[in-house]
Design a protein around this ligand. Structure first.
Ligand code: SAM
Length: 285
């Protein structure tokens, strides 16, 4: 492993060997066990890494491809990483492919500390929308919901029960960067029900047996907690009973139900309907 100094005040380690212990640790982040052991996760792409730093996430390691050498944006991120106490690695294409398990990897990968919001710190004022996901299983669904929560300006997500990992590579990819913008809390069903007792707004559950059309509800008063069920089983009785309303999205055709992320998107755009306005498109020419 060579060390050299770049124009930025940062110190860069050049790594070409897959046997390098730093690279082994990053590769291990593909498994939840090691993500939790290291309290870390990986995000791919220069823009994502810059956004994460801007939003105050703690970077542990910045990895960039040799091709990034001399790129001012990469050098700036490298300097920010060093200033934040992180490590900067310049790696060969082979190493980047191994880390990301992709044939055409992004030029930059960041390893960040995981961050959860404590359930006690979930605050809901008038107009705020939170989403509770019961035992979400699919990383693509969770990532898409996080991205949609971000897009509609909802406040965050509460993961209830045994769920897929919000910091897995698949979930982070599906969030398209929104993992850094959306607070995520996680809790057991029991702790969630205790917390829900103190929630003063509308708790809107979605259920295939819901009697109420989701379009008939006035969501404009007070905070809203939208509760979505597990992909296979839907909301269990305990959680369904804790909802103020059980809502249904009408369907035609033969499908039994909607995909969880699609149903969450439909609900969120309805709940936030009054708050969302089209911004004029700025013509840059
Ligand atoms: N077999 C499951 C069931 O019986 O509920 C299907 C679950 S569905 C794939 C996952 C979640 O998406 C549901 O628990 C519910 O929260 C939401 N969902 C899907 N389609 C819906 C609909 N038409 N109306 C209301 N919620 C729906």
């Amino acid at each position: 492993m060579n060390e050299r100094h770049i124009g930025a005040p940062g110190q860069v380690k050049e790594v070409t060997s897959l046997a390098n212990p730093l690279i082994k640790d990053i590769k291990a982040l593909a498994l939840k066990k090691f993500r939790d052991q290291q309290n870390a996760f990986m995000a791919e792409g220069l823009k994502l890494v810059i956004d994460a730093l801007d939003l105050g996430w703690q970077i542990k390691t910045l990895v960039f491809a040799k091709a990034g050498r001399g790129n001012p944006a990469v050098e700036k991120v490298a300097a920010r990483t060093v200033a934040a106490g992180g490590t900067v690695l310049e790696v060969s294409e082979k190493v980047l492919v191994a880390i990301t398990r992709r044939d055409n990897p992004q030029m930059v990968v960041g390893v960040f500390s995981q961050r959860y919001l404590a359930l006690k710190d979930v605050r809901a004022d008038n107009g705020d929308v939170w989403v509770a996901l019961d035992r979400v299983r699919d990383p693509g669904n969770l990532g898409t919901v996080i991205r949609t929560v971000d897009a509609v300006g909802a406040k965050g997500i509460i993961l209830v029960g045994d769920t897929t990992d919000p910091f897995s590579v698949e979930t982070v990819r599906a969030t398209m960067g929104s993992i850094f913008a959306v607070p995520v809390a996680r809790t057991t069903t029991e702790a969630f029900l205790a917390w829900r007792g103190g929630f003063s707004g509308l708790v809107a559950g979605t259920h295939l047996k819901g009697a109420v059309d989701y379009r008939s509800v006035d969501f404009s008063r007070g905070p809203v907690l939208l509760m979505m069920g597990n992909e296979q089983q839907g909301l269990p009785e305990t959680l369904a009973a804790s909802c103020d309303r059980l809502l249904r999205i009408p369907q035609a055709g033969r499908a039994d139900s909607l995909n969880l992320a699609v149903a969450t998107g439909i609900m969120l755009f309805e709940i936030r309907r009054g708050a969302l306005k089209l911004e004029p498109i700025v013509d840059l020419q």
